[in-house]
Design a protein around this ligand. Structure first.
Ligand SMILES: Nc1ncnc2c1ncn2[C@@H]1O[C@H](COP(=O)(O)OP(=O)(O)OP(=O)(O)O)[C@@H](O)[C@H]1O
Ligand SMILES: [Mg+2]
Length: 410
């Protein structure tokens, strides 16, 4: 037997570092050679952390890395129908949602649980942390304050690969997926409680609220939503950063709405003073319809953005799809034209749709008073010129209640 050929058959023990976790595995020599060129998951090195992270996020990231080590037995297993977590084995059911870089599964063995998988492709590029870390930490704080469903467990990360099993239905294009894999993107999963009998605000208004007075519903949702945001900002000490129709759940009981939940904390941050009073992001590329004019200008998102985005959500509810269509139209003409729309226009009725206040079956005087109240709310929120200014929640709530009364003929 030629002994020189035996070497590649020898098993060697190698140690690799994956996301700061040490794994010892058994590999052949040829495996080892190919590993040299294989992409490595982005590491949260001390240099990365001190350069790009600070304050609450830095502390929580350090704690998460220790938790990841402790949970190293529970790495995502992307090619099986099951997943392990500290409470045993769970069997996944159907996919309930596929997003750009995330997939949510029902759990076949427990209908009050959901599993959310997510890749951090954008975060790797932007030198920020994995969005499920943020979702888990700040979702927990929001749960403690009664605003969010409960996040129960966050898995440690594994390297992202294109078309990888459970993440096979994400909407990220193939090229971006390949780039993500080569840039060291990572996949984690989070287990959270499911709000049974719930729909996003978007689905609720497209199905259950058909034929119902949208303006009254919008005012009702508005009051609850602003109250939730006040609790989120002041009790949980969390800024959500991404308030829109699909991140608000309406829970129903016997077909009646009973509770509003705020979900998806992937862009949240601690409600502490902003890093800077000036813009911290380059404004290019930030003209997304779900952002406020302050976010588009590059300011760090803050309580004022959540409240403004809640008002925009109400505008959507009142106007139905014509609101979205109008914003899309604006952005196709010129992406920056969203800024003056947000900054100075009456966003509660759009030029190409019906006027939700004009169609109310009430007197012209009442319609004028409603418009005045809504204008006062816009002025109050738009005057939050400093990134750390605190919205006047009580004023907004009482004006929305006033609009409800006027529209309801009370
Ligand atoms: N706890 C929950 N209970 C019931 N449904 C939920 C829950 N969490 C999420 N969902 C459903 O899954 C969808 C996606 O969830 P989520 O917003 O957390 O994912 P995402 O990937 O961050 O979304 P996107 O990035 O597209 O905004 C929600 O719009 C909602 O329909
Ligand atoms: Mg979402």
């Amino acid at each position: 037997m030629d002994l020189s050929n035996i070497s590649f058959l020898f098993l060697i023990v190698i140690t690799l570092t994956v996301g700061g976790i040490l794994f010892t595995g058994v590999r052949t020599l040829s495996d080892e050679q190919s590993l040299e060129n294989a992409p490595r998951m982005r590491e949260y090195t001390e240099e990365f952390m001190t350069r790009f992270l600070q304050g609450d996020v830095l502390n929580r990231t350090r704690a998460q890395l220790i938790a990841d080590l402790r949970n190293r037995r529970f790495l995502p297993s992307l090619h099986s129908k099951t997943e392990r977590w500290p409470f045993g084995l769970i069997v996944l059911g159907s996919v309930m949602y596929s997003g750009k870089d995330s997939v949510l599964f029902e759990v076949a063995t427990d209908d009050i649980l959901l599993v959310k998988y997510q890749a951090d492709c954008d975060a790797v590029r932007m030198n920020t942390i994995h969005p499920l870390m943020t979702d888990y930490w700040y979702g927990k704080a929001a749960f403690d304050a009664g605003v969010s469903p409960r996040p129960l467990f966050l898995s440690p990360p594994i390297l992202f690969r294109e078309n990888s099993g459970k993440l096979g239905t994400i909407k990220l294009g193939r090229r971006r997926q390949e780039q993500c894999a080569s840039e060291g993107g990572a996949v984690r999963f989070m287990i959270l409680t499911r709000v049974i009998n719930s729909e996003t605000l978007c689905d609720y208004f497209s199905t259950k609220a058909l034929g119902k007075p949208r303006f009254l519903l919008a005012m009702g949702v508005g009051v609850v939503l602003i109250k939730k945001l006040r609790i989120l900002h002041q009790v949980a000490q969390v800024v959500h950063g991404d308030i829109h129709m699909k991140n608000i759940l309406i829970e129903s009981y016997l077909k009646k709405p009973v509770r509003v939940w705020v979900i998806d904390y992937g862009r949240a941050r601690s409600n502490s003073p902003a890093i800077s009073k000036d813009p911290i992001y380059s404004s290019q590329g930030w003209y997304h319809p779900s952002l406020t004019h302050w976010q588009m200008r590059g300011f760090q998102w803050a309580a004022r953005d959540d409240v403004y985005n809640a008002l925009r959500t109400l505008a959507w509810v009142m106007n139905d799809h014509s609101y979205n269509d109008f914003e899309k139209e604006l952005t196709t003409i010129d992406r920056t034209s969203l800024v003056p729309w947000r900054e100075s226009m009456f966003i509660f009725s759009v030029p190409n749709g019906y006027d939700p206040i004009a169609i109310l079956p009430i007197s012209d005087d009442r319609k004028r008073l409603i418009k005045r109240s809504l204008n006062h709310i816009l002025i109050s929120v738009r005057s939050l010129n400093d990134v750390d200014d605190i919205p006047d929640y009580d004023f907004i709530i009482s004006e929305l209640q006033n609009c409800f009364r006027l529209a309801n003929g009370m």
